[in-house]
Design a protein around this ligand. Structure first.
Ligand SMILES: Nc1nc2c(c(=O)[nH]1)N(C=O)[C@@H](CNc1ccc(C(=O)N[C@@H](CCC(=O)O)C(=O)O)cc1)CN2
Ligand SMILES: Nc1ncnc2c1ncn2[C@@H]1O[C@H](COP(=O)(O)OP(=O)(O)OP(=O)(O)O)[C@@H](O)[C@H]1O
Length: 192
């Protein structure tokens, strides 16, 4: 199998496993992710944090989002642009969000541009699987590979996954951007 085919097969398998996950396990993920990250100084000491608003079977980031916002952290959320780049706008409470296309929920406020991540202290990205070298398998649109190209040298990049999605190996292509660590509901924050 080519790398592209292996990635496609992994995506199919992981998405099926997410759909088959017991509801109780899914429901426990949101509070667990919040509790794992809400006290991490990098996320709460005043810098900007880029998060995403989880949808469907993704690990629930909504409780973490609410906790960071209540704490006063400046949280950016992605807006999908037509070409597949991500723009960024601030989360300003529940009323600052609206359903967007493709099943996404996106912020309505002023957009800061595709390179807004340059000033972020941390970027939390969606992923389907990550390996111990930080190689990350995303949905396959390349949005976060492009977005992560904009981060500054001191930005901590983390992927949010379920426990079982930390795997032995994710196949990589030259454009893939590695992450510095993962956060999972059961294991919390792991830096590589
Ligand atoms: N919650 C969440 N927000 C996110 C992402 C994500 O993975 N999760 N993204 C991560 O990159 C970005 C959005 N990227 C996307 C890129 C392509 C498609 C897309 O083509 N969707 C198909 C439908 C496939 C499906 O239902 O899964 C389509 O509309 O044809 C969707 C989102 C930014 N926001
Ligand atoms: N920096 C980039 N500029 C332009 N296209 C890119 C870039 N990075 C990735 N792509 C394109 O995106 C497509 C999908 O890449 P890949 O399979 O690695 O996505 P992914 O990492 O799983 O998804 P995502 O980054 O959206 O979470 C590839 O065809 C690739 O050519």
């Amino acid at each position: 199998m080519t790398t592209v085919e292996t990635k496609r097969e992994m995506r199919r398998r992981i998405l099926a496993a997410r759909r088959a996950m017991p509801e109780a396990e899914r429901a426990a993920a949101g509070p667990a992710l919040r509790d794992a990250l809400a006290e991490v100084p990098l996320l709460t000491t005043g810098g900007t944090v880029a998060l995403y608003y989880s949808v469907g079977t993704e690990p629930d980031t909504r409780k973490l989002l609410a906790a960071l916002w209540k704490h006063g952290t400046y949280v950016l959320l992605p807006v999908l642009l037509p070409g597949g780049e991500l723009d960024w706008a601030a989360y300003e409470g529940p009323d600052s969000l609206a359903p967007a296309g493709r099943g996404l929920v996106e912020p309505l406020g002023r957009r800061y541009g595709t390179d807004a991540l340059r000033r972020a202290a941390a970027v939390l990205c969606p992923a389907l699987a990550v390996d111990g070298a930080g190689r990350r398998l995303g949905r396959g649109a390349g949005c976060y590979d492009r977005a992560l190209a904009h981060v500054g040298p001191h930005t901590l990049t983390l992927a949010v996954i379920y426990d079982t999605e930390l795997v032995a190996e994710v196949p990589a292509e030259p454009h893939d951007r590695a992450v510095d660590g993962v956060v999972t509901p059961g294991r919390g924050l792991l830096r590589f």
